[in-house]
Ligand binder design. Structure first.
Ligand SMILES: [Zn+2]
Ligand SMILES: [Zn+2]
Length: 235
């Protein structure tokens, strides 16, 4: 039995004591979980790159000090800028590999760079390949199964996973504000529920039970269901 080659596969989310990678999918070097996760990551990358760009700008205006991630005194979220640049570079590198090895066109298009001052010579010397995150990530997704069968599949999964986490942290450097609300509202649970509020990403905010974090979880649209618990705490 061939095992999944993605380094990330060794960390089982459901059972932390399990360290074995899952079996690789038929014809692939990685398992279905890692393959699907890679597809999801690639789908989220253009948005994440845009979020990093936003975070750089946000740092110049709304926050007088960028928390932790950039050098003191510089009103720019440099970590977000670096993460974005790294994202785009790595995407382009993998897309280049697909194009080379499959003998197909890379994503994007060739375009003429601005002529350097005083440049004399054939124009093709100043042609440069231009592509954006949307085109490149879409291209990689179209070749997802080919990539997952490639000897470098494990590296790709691990690299993209790491990049997503770094970029996510850089784009949203503020940790959530936590507040203990009281006993879980599910009858017979006995756990405690805590509100995790993300100021920079409200859609992620949730109230979570410490005993059943997956099942007893309320997104912002369901917080009205928790009123009894709040009253209980106040009383
Ligand atoms: Zn796997
Ligand atoms: Zn509970």
């Amino acid at each position: 039995m061939t095992l999944c080659e993605s380094a990330g596969c060794r960390r089982d989310r459901e059972d932390k004591s399990r360290t074995d990678p899952r079996p690789a999918a038929d014809g692939l070097r990685v398992c279905w979980v890692c393959r699907d996760r890679l597809g999801e990551y690639l789908a989220s990358l253009p948005g994440l790159a845009a979020d990093c760009e936003q975070a750089m700008i946000r740092a110049t205006g709304l926050h007088d000090k960028v928390s932790g991630t950039s050098e003191p005194g510089l009103p720019l979220n440099l970590a977000a800028g670096d993460a974005r640049a790294q994202l785009l570079a790595v995407l382009a590198e993998w897309a280049g590999m697909v194009a080379d090895e499959r003998g197909i066109r890379p994503p994007g298009a060739w375009g003429l760079c601005e002529m350097p001052h005083g440049f004399i010579g054939p124009a093709n010397r100043v042609y440069r390949y231009r592509s954006d995150a949307v085109a490149t990530a879409g291209y990689l997704r179209r070749h997802l199964d080919w990539l997952c069968a490639h000897p470098a599949a494990g590296d790709l999964c691990a690299e993209v996973g790491d990049l997503v986490h770094i970029a996510d942290k850089a784009a949203y450097p503020d940790p959530p504000r936590r507040r203990l609300l009281g006993p879980c509202v599910v009858v017979g649970c006995g756990g405690l529920i805590t509100a995790n509020v993300y100021l920079d990403r409200p859609e992620r905010s949730a109230v979570v039970c410490d005993v059943e974090p997956e099942a007893h979880r309320w997104g912002r649209d369901r917080w009205h269901e928790l009123k009894p618990a709040r009253t209980a705490v106040a009383a």
